[in-house]
Design a protein around this ligand. Structure first.
Ligand SMILES: C[S@@+](CC[C@H](N)C(=O)[O-])C[C@H]1O[C@@H](n2cnc3c(N)ncnc32)[C@H](O)[C@@H]1O
Length: 232
């Protein structure tokens, strides 16, 4: 492990508590108790300002819903190669591994997320089943990789990202992957070309969201021609 990776892991362990997400008591995670102090500490660690929020330290409604779904429907992932796209803490990917996926890749652009996933996987005895990578798959990294199932939790919270994510997920749905997108009601989700497969009322905190519960829908992208914003 590089000195940077060691420092990130020590930081995560020092600034989080081991806890569980309300909908997924089955898996333990390193979770933050407050947003702002952790964000400030992250900027101090990286000696930078304007860094992205510490998404990795929270179980967002999207990953909670996906994790619950795959744990309750293990056939969805059993024996399959699974990508947890924009994984944050990796909760959805960990659930897939627990449910019997053949392999799980958790990908996120934030290197802190990769270390959090590695720690969270080890915490649940899934360290040998889950690979964490720091990669921007929207920028073309990982082209040609074949995943049977893609789990994407809460990835449409900003317009440009939502468009790129929809293009990426659409391309994989067209080539036969099962693509499940969990949407907690964000503004930029395209529901056209999708079918709802499950709904969850996910408890959240007022510090992260503007309400105590987020209604979260799991959408399955249809393999046939979902919309293609901006052209692929
Ligand atoms: C709201 S969080 C959701 C995390 C997790 N899926 C969940 O539901 O708990 C959004 C995540 O998207 C990641 N992200 C943003 N742009 C990305 C990109 N181009 N490729 C991969 N991950 C990205 C962020 O770093 C962050 O971890």
């Amino acid at each position: 492990m590089s000195p940077d990776e060691t420092a990130r892991r020590a930081f995560i362990q020092a600034h989080t508590v081991i806890s569980t997400a309300p909908l997924v008591p089955d898996l333990r995670l390193h979770l933050a108790t407050e947003v702002t102090p952790l964000w400030q500490a992250t900027e101090d660690l990286l000696r930078k300002t304007g860094v992205p929020p510490p998404f990795w330290a929270f179980a967002w409604p999207g990953s909670q819903a996906l994790a619950r779904y795959v744990l309750d429907h293990p056939d969805t992932v059993r024996g399959r190669a699974v990508l947890d796209f924009a994984s944050g803490s990796g909760l959805a990917g960990l659930a897939a591994a627990r449910a019997g996926a053949a392999s799980v890749t958790c990908a996120d652009i934030d290197p802190m997320a990769s270390e959090a996933v590695a720690l969270n996987a080890a915490l649940n005895g899934l360290g040998d089943r889950v690979t964490a990578v720091t990669r921007d798959l929207l920028a073309g990294a990982g082209q040609g990789a074949a995943w049977d199932v893609i789990l994407a939790g809460d990835v449409c919270y900003e317009q440009p990202m939502a468009d790129a994510v929809t293009r990426f997920l659409t391309a994989h749905a067209r080539t036969g992957a099962l693509v499940l997108l969990a949407d907690p009601g964000r503004a930029y989700v395209t529901r056209e070309g999708t079918d709802p497969v499950a709904r969850f009322a996910v408890p959240t905190t007022l510090e992260l969201e503007d309400r105590a519960v987020r209604e979260t829908t799991i959408l399955r992208l249809r393999p046939s021609c979902p919309p293609d914003p901006g052209g692929a």
